[in-house]
Ligand binder design. Structure first.
Ligand code: ATP
Ligand code: MG
Length: 462
């Protein structure tokens, strides 16, 4: 099998082999090449020791010398070159006690997680596939290299990675590996939140996020996201809903931001949207009550859910930006837009312009997962809300204090006393301008402000 690899990767391999070392592209990039996917990064494995690698290239970074990794910089690109490695005995289901270098490619491939990730390639030898990786790729299965139970005991993160790869590639987990996933899921308790966050996010932003249900069925979410399990077992008997909380959630997660290739939302926004949909009804189980109308209600689940979502994301060591955005979108996810220009300006003022497009998408995905009889009607309202908002943006109408044609300093210059009242006056002016954009004129606003504070008006008239 001959494949296209980037010139710079070829160059690194050639430099190494011409100095008597072995070198191959390895792991995820070989898998992706065979699948015809664009690899995220190109890793190189070599028999050369880190110091030997460093000698051969002008610009290098000591990324993880102890683990054998040197990053080679070529122009603006960088490639990780790692010495053939042998992982020693594992502690705590995650850390090899020591790593040692080996001169055997076979040993290096054996330590890798799945057959599809354990292949190497170079131009002279083609694909080195010692564990049936190509067949597994053809058949769409994720299979551990060697004994699945042992591999999961060594590093339990692999349990979640198995599901993540299924979600990214639309694959199934091979039978023995699946048995081991179920048997060993509990070991994920030993894995750091950061590593779990990375895998869960990759799973969610993939094209098959519904594979999260595999994580549920195998007992993985019970360990890493127990709140999700509660949603799965919560029914909702309500005219707006046709599905349980769990089913509704998964439909909304699948729908939001579309397929990855659509490119409608960059990765950051996609991540925020997927996590928002996953967690938007997280407090429905705890707020469920049956009303006099015989329907299930979930009063306050939006606010309570926003707080819980933030706690969950904090536990998973998310960055503040993502955490705040998800919290905010969940808080507002059920907001009913008033379909008038003033109604939409009010919405934008409360929600914040930077969140409006994301919230529209949340609303669309949420609707998609509700009662199909009402979908069209709800989409029509949403489209109208989006149109109205677009017009507000085009007319550059004011919806926030910073867009108001007057500020505190200017009020002081016009004779107002600094102090707490100033803030109240400004927010009253904003309310007026949101109602009627024509009022956003400095002189007009000063005149109105004076009306609010007669003592200022008197002083002025003296
Ligand atoms: P991605 O496309 O998300 O980068 P990847 O397969 O390249 O997927 P990485 O986490 O970048 O995944 O790891 C690169 C390679 O290192 C993998 O293909 C696999 O061979 C090996 N590897 C990574 N994590 C583990 C692990 N936990 N256990 C065993 N091998 C691993
Ligand atoms: Mg990779």
């Amino acid at each position: 099998m001959k494949m296209q690899i980037p010139e710079k990767v070829k160059y690194i391999i050639e430099v190494l082999t011409s100095h008597g070392y072995e070198a191959y592209a390895v792991g995820g990039c070989v898998r992706d090449m065979i699948l015809g996917r664009e690899p995220e990064d190109w890793d190189i494995t070599t028999s050369a020791k880190p110091l030997e690698v460093k000698k051969l290239f002008r610009r290098t970074v000591d990324t993880g010398i102890i683990h054998g990794t040197v990053t080679v910089l070529l122009d603006k690109d960088h490639y990780e070159v790692t010495t053939y490695r042998l992982d020693g005995e594992y502690e705590d289901n995650r850390h090899p006690k020591e790593v040692s270098f080996t001169s055997s490619l076979t040993e290096d491939l054996k330590r890798r997680d799945f057959t599809m990730n354990a292949m190497a390639y170079n131009e002279t030898e083609g694909v080195i596939d010692l564990f049936g990786g190509i067949d597994d790729l053809k058949n769409g299965v994720v299979r551990c290299v060697g004994s699945a139970v042992e591999r999961f005991e060594e590093d339990a993160l692999r349990i979640l990675r198995a599901v993540r790869f299924c979600a990214q590639l639309g694959f199934q987990i091979e039978e023995e590996t699946l048995k081991a996933v179920k048997a060993k899921a509990g070991l994920l308790i030993n894995i750091s939140a950061e590593r779990i966050r990375v895998e869960l996010t990759k799973l969610l932003i993939s094209d098959h996020p519904d594979r999260l249900m595999t994580a549920y069925e195998t007992g993985i979410t019970k360990v890493i996201l127990p709140e999700f399990d509660l949603m799965v077992i919560t029914d909702q008997n309500n005219i707006h809903h046709a599905y349980s909380v769990g089913e509704h959630t998964m439909k909304a997660v699948g729908e939001v931001a579309g397929k990855s290739k659509d490119g409608r939302f960059p990765t950051r926004e996609r991540t925020i949207l997927k996590w928002t949909m996953l967690l938007h009804d997280i407090e429905k189980p705890s707020t469920k009550s049956i009303g006099k109308d015989g329907q299930d209600h979930f009063y306050g689940h939006q606010e309570k859910g926003a707080i819980t979502a933030k706690k969950i994301l904090k536990r998973l060591k998310f960055d503040n930006d993502t955490m705040e955005a998800v919290e905010h979108l969940i808080r507002w996810h059920d907001y009913r837009f008033v379909l008038t220009p003033a109604g939409m300006r009010k919405a934008a003022s409360k929600i914040g312009k930077e969140y409006m497009e994301l919230l529209f998408e949340v609303n669309r995905a949420d609707t998609y997962g509700k009662n199909p009889n009402q979908t069209q009607e709800k989409y029509n309202s949403l489209n109208r809300a989006m149109e109205l908002y677009e017009e507000i943006k085009n007319r550059e109408e004011c919806v926030s204090l910073k867009e108001l044609k007057i500020n505190g300093k200017e009020l002081i210059a016009a004779g107002f006393k600094p102090g707490k009242q100033m803030g109240d006056i400004l927010s009253q002016l904003l309310t007026i301008v949101i109602e009627d954009p024509a009022m956003n004129e400095k002189e007009l606003l000063i005149a109105i402000a004076k009306n609010f504070m007669p003592e200022n008006a008197e002083k002025d008239s003296l």
